[in-house]
Write a protein that binds this ligand. Structure first.
Ligand code: GCU
Length: 647
């Protein structure tokens, strides 16, 4: 089956493809622009010329604008005297400019448009694939993947479907993404070899992504000098180790001259790291940064470091504190080409978390904020859950004056894409990928506007209102029927799909809700709890410190309160739990009806796939509702004020 066209169906190119266009400039990405236009014109009857030919035309795409202002990726767009002109200083900018005109459609060719400058707010807009080369006995081909196998790898080898990879790069460029890490952050034995003897396979992928301005990165194991180099140590301050990385990196650049750099998960969930040698994470990151620096590469060093062998009896250790406690003291010690990659929340991609207090706490360290497009904890691409509003809240949050989107140097998402013909398993999960790219380009963009854009491109105008109704509130709906008020988890251990209220309660993973007969939640205050609230600057530290001022949706993240505690909404905690769980299921039922009504307006294969997933979502949402409600009814003995059925 041909892969789904996603947000680049042929029809999206009608406006440009039926015009006369002139392309001026040279270079590989300008060639891509030309090829895109030639294909569109072939279909819709327009024409495209290259060079300085001054004949009449509707659209000019040209290199030559102010490089200082636009950089390689920016562009300007204007329309005057019946001609639309896109100017860029670099080929990437011209390509983004072309996709901008595609998004505008016919509007690009109407009236006058004053010259407007478009420059990405973040230089690095990246997807991390948690793809394994060899099928992992527990995690499979793609760790936390819900879209079939890997786009890149199958059963221990490169999949070799480079045309598919090229199309992927095209979709990514069309929403502004410019970097991809091609393997899992948990680097197992087979995958370790991608760095050395199997770099050719990575180079092939890089070759397929390059025409769309997407650079390739690799996750590497910190133990590589031991496992690949035969050295007795991986100590980052050992000269032999440093020399090994220098040489290995030089060979990577021989194979992939525009290689982006390394992603590293060290001393985290069992991965090796500098702690084994009594070295700091800055020592570890800087060693790799030094090897990459001569080639212009970057190391993405993940801050997801915590004790995953915690004793649940120990109430003083708080996983939420870990990233800040480990990394904040290292501010200023990281090399210029090292980027600290921080998950957006202090725990692990839950449906609701506060913004990580580490974000903003290291002003002298380059920062990548990591989001999770793959829906590990948000319905695993069987549930509709459009994450745009959540990500936008994170990016607009101001730890200390400046919004997260302004503090970050890079935005990274764990990819939700696989070998599935719809790319993302659930066709509507494509909206998350698209939204991620557009928010990485402009973090203060209105997510609703991005959603509309995605709908228009992907589905055309007719089903737009229905699609918006299905997607717009889907994250809040998901939040309603799962773990309440920011407490998180309550999922089945291991695979993390479906409810299990106490699934992690007595586990070593540090993710507890502490429900008893009187109340629920984690006391993270400074006064009586773990002190986590004190990791924030003012005013947040104070706001989160007290249950009186803590926002309702985060109450149980920060406080242990009684079931009778009254929220700002006026409801008690227990009644809120009951009400939201009933409402959440009702909202899924309503969305499913809306979807059913779109049959005939949506491509039948897409319609059928989504309809099928809605059945599962509804089943699962009911299960969540009944388990969570019954659990809290049994613990608290408090009946539902509305007398609804609880088991
Ligand atoms: C989560 C996820 C793991 C992943 C880890 C990470 O814990 O469940 O599969 O490896 O995050 O971000 O490194």
């Amino acid at each position: 089956m041909e892969p789904d066209p996603a947000w680049l169906p042929a029809a999206a190119f009608r406006a440009v493809g039926s015009r006369h266009t002139l392309v001026r400039g040279a270079g590989p990405l300008v060639d891509t622009v030309y090829r895109e236009l030639a294909a569109a014109c072939g279909r819709f009857g327009g024409s495209v010329a290259r060079g300085t030919d001054g004949g009449p035309c509707d659209l000019v795409l040209e290199l030559g604008d102010d490089a200082d202002r636009l950089g390689d990726e920016g562009f300007t767009c204007r329309r005057e005297d019946g001609r639309t002109t896109v100017s860029a200083a670099g080929g990437a900018g011209l390509l983004y400019g072309l996709f901008h005109v595609v998004r505008l459609g016919e509007d690009a060719f109407r009236g006058r448009r004053p010259r407007k400058t478009h420059v990405p707010a973040l230089a690095l807009r990246m997807l991390d694939h948690w793809d394994n080369v060899a099928v992992h006995p527990v995690m499979g081909q793609v760790e936390r993947g819900y879209a079939g196998g890997s786009l890149f790898w199958a059963d221990g080898r490169a999949r070799g479907e480079l045309e598919r990879v090229r199309r992927y790069g095209r979709l990514l460029a069309a929403c502004g993404i410019n970097a991809v890490a091609v393997n899992n952050v948990n680097v197992h034995e087979t995958e370790a070899h991608l760095l050395t003897d199997r770099i050719g396979e990575v180079a092939d992928i890089a070759g397929a992504l390059r025409p769309y301005g997407v650079r390739t990165h690799l996750s590497v194991t910190f133990a590589a000098p031991l496992v690949l180099g035969g050295l007795p140590t991986a100590d980052p301050l050992d000269e032999r180790v440093r020399a090994w990385w220098t040489e290995a990196t030089a060979r990577v650049y021989e194979a992939i001259p525009d290689f982006g750099g390394y992603v590293v998960k060290a001393d985290s969930e069992g991965q090796p790291g500098p702690f084994a040698y009594g070295r700091s994470h800055a020592d570890g990151a800087n060693m790799l940064a030094a090897a990459l620096a001569p080639h212009g590469g970057t190391v993405h060093w993940r801050a997801f470091v915590y004790d995953h062998r915690q004793d649940w009896r120990d109430r003083t250790t708080d996983r939420a504190r870990a990233a800040y406690d480990h990394f904040a003291p290292l501010d200023g010690e990281f090399a210029d080409n090292a980027v600290l990659q921080v998950k957006h929340g202090p725990m692990d991609f839950q449906v609701r978390e506060p913004v990580s207090p580490l974000i903003g706490a290291m002003p002298r360290t380059r920062l990548a904020v990591e989001l999770q497009a793959t829906q590990e904890y948000t319905g695993q691409q069987r549930h509709v859950c459009w994450l745009g509003p959540m990500w936008s809240e994170v990016l607009r949050f101001r730890p200390d004056g400046v919004p997260v989107g302004g503090l970050a140097d890079a935005l990274v998402a764990v990819s939700n894409v696989g070998a599935d013909p719809f790319w993302t398993g659930h066709p509507l999960a494509q909206a998350n990928l698209y939204t991620f790219g557009r928010l990485a380009w402009q973090p203060d963009a209105d997510p609703g506007g991005i959603l509309d854009e995605w709908i228009r491109l992907t589905f055309g105008p007719e089903p737009a209102a229905g699609l918006r109704a299905v997607l717009e509130g889907s994250w809040r709906t998901y939040e309603k029927y799962t773990a309440p008020l920011g407490v998180g988890f309550m999922v089945q251990p291991g695979h993390h799909y479906g409810p299990s209220v106490d699934g992690y309660e007595y586990s070593p993973w540090g993710t507890y809700h502490f429900a008893d007969r009187d109340g629920v939640g984690v006391d993270r205050s400074r006064a009586t709890g773990t002190g986590f609230a004190g990791q924030y600057p003012k005013p947040w530290a104070e706001l989160y410190e007290s249950p009186e001022t803590c926002p309702d949706e985060l109450l149980l993240f920060f406080h242990h309160v009684s079931y009778g505690h009254t929220l700002h909404s006026g409801k008690t905690v227990i009644q809120h739990i009951y009400d939201t769980h009933f409402e959440g299921v009702e909202e899924v039922e309503a969305a499913r009806e809306v979807w059913a009504s779109l049959a005939g307006l949506v491509d039948p294969a897409r319609h059928a796939r989504v309809a099928e997933r809605f059945e599962e979502q509804l089943r699962s949402a009911r299960e969540w509702r009944d388990q969570v409600n019954s659990y809290f009814f049994r613990k608290s003995g408090v009946p539902d004020a509305h007398g609804r059925r609880i088991y």
